[in-house]
Write a protein that binds this ligand. Structure first.
Ligand code: ATP
Length: 352
């Protein structure tokens, strides 16, 4: 059965790094005989040019039947303000992609604060301190008078359990099989308490995986001092927002931070970095994060659809990327190399 995967280029450096990711994914798929049909779908500026909206119904319809897609960064900073046709495309909300998975991995010859770091973060992304991204109508923040602002936080049993389940599924595929649930239950007894309880309940179904719990403040400190002790980390929306950036900082920054947003049925490969207009069009953007996000999409679909060829394609991409980083010749300038975006992509394809 062929996988149906969308290509959403995004903007600025998206136009450079997404084609590299797709090039590498296509080459890996060909190597292992994985059938993929690819569908280019406009979102953002391109969609506005074609259909008068940054997330037109045509594009939503085109994404609906797909198994997943590769999404380039959206340069929303330059969108006209107060125009409802220029919105940051709410893809997570529209497709109920409830968990953001962010691996943090160090490489021997890439400058980083710590070596031998290999952590996978899972952040719940539909609840927490609600924002325009997560609220369907109205707003979760309001100011009854000029002195007071009130913001609310939502935690549900369903939302907590489903992100916890993803974390345990991932831990099961790893060597150490350890999940750290990060919260602040002693203070936020009901909200963090519910999240912690659901993680404990889910853990019972995974006797092969160990669950440990950590309070978010102490965890943030240990992550800086001793990141080697963590394997898979699961947490709520805002804690995760901060901790995943801290994690990326430990191993070399934005160019090295891939990500995958997952729902029950589909997933979206999305690097952590934004559209970086300052370096766009110069063939210097680091394609690592986008390529590794594509690798994650293959791995996740391989697991969910029981497709060993997709798992093998993901493994091969990982090995090829490791080899190119170890060789050090074709890396982009942010990694201390003299290569360009395209050259790094070509080297990874050659290593495959
Ligand atoms: P956004 O608000 O859209 O998420 P941001 O404010 O987080 O964006 P980015 O666009 O991610 O900012 O970029 C911040 C800086 O990091 C850029 O100016 C760029 O110099 C650098 N950067 C980001 N991504 C990459 C990359 N893939 N390769 C090299 N440098 C990058």
């Amino acid at each position: 059965m062929a996988l149906e995967i969308g290509i959403v280029l995004g903007e600025d450096i998206g136009l450079e790094v997404v084609p590299e990711a797709v090039k590498v994914m296509k080459a890996a798929a060909a190597k292992v005989g994985l059938e993929v049909s690819w569908h280019e779908v406009p979102i953002g500026r391109e969609a506005h040019k074609l259909h008068g909206h940054t997330m037109p119904e045509q594009s939503v319809k085109a994404l609906e039947p797909l198994d997943g897609w590769v999404l380039g960064p959206i340069g929303h900073g330059s969108y006209p303000r107060n125009d409802p046709t220029w919105i940051f495309p709410p893809l997570r909300k529209r497709f109920d992609l409830f968990a953001s998975i962010k691996p943090v991995k160090s490489y021997p010859n890439v400058k980083s604060i710590h070596k031998d770091v290999d952590i996978v973060f899972l952040r719940e992304v539909t609840e927490g301190m609600q924002s325009s991204d997560t609220v369907v109508a109205g707003s979760a923040e309001f100011r009854p008078n000029d002195e007071i602002t009130i913001a609310s936080r939502v935690i549900t049993r369903t939302g907590s359990a489903r992100v916890a389940r993803e974390a345990f599924e991932i831990a099961r595929t790893r060597t150490r099989k350890l999940v750290t649930s990060v919260h602040k239950e002693p203070v936020f007894r009901l909200a963090c308490g519910m999240f912690a309880e659901e993680c404990r309940k889910v853990a019972k179904a995974y006797p092969d995986v160990e669950l440990e719990e950590a309070l978010v403040d102490g965890f943030a400190m240990k992550l800086v001092m001793d990141p080697h002790r963590f394997d898979v980390v699961v947490t709520t929306n805002q804690f995760g927002d901060i901790l995943t950036d801290e994690g990326a900082g430990l191993v070399g920054g934005l160019g090295l931070a891939p990500g995958l947003c997952v729902g029950h049925e589909k997933a979206m490969a999305q690097a952590t970095h934004g559209s970086a207009p300052d370096i766009a069009g110069r063939n210097i953007a680091n394609p690592y994060a986008m390529i590794m996000s594509g690798r994650m999409l293959f791995e996740w679909l391989g697991r969910k659809r029981n497709e060993p060829k997709a798992l093998e394609a993901a493994r091969r991409i990982e090995r090829a990327v490791e080899q190119v980083i170890a060789d050090g010749k074709d890396l982009t300038p942010d990694l201390g190399g003299k290569g360009g975006t395209r050259e790094m992509g070509d080297a990874i394809v050659a290593a495959l």
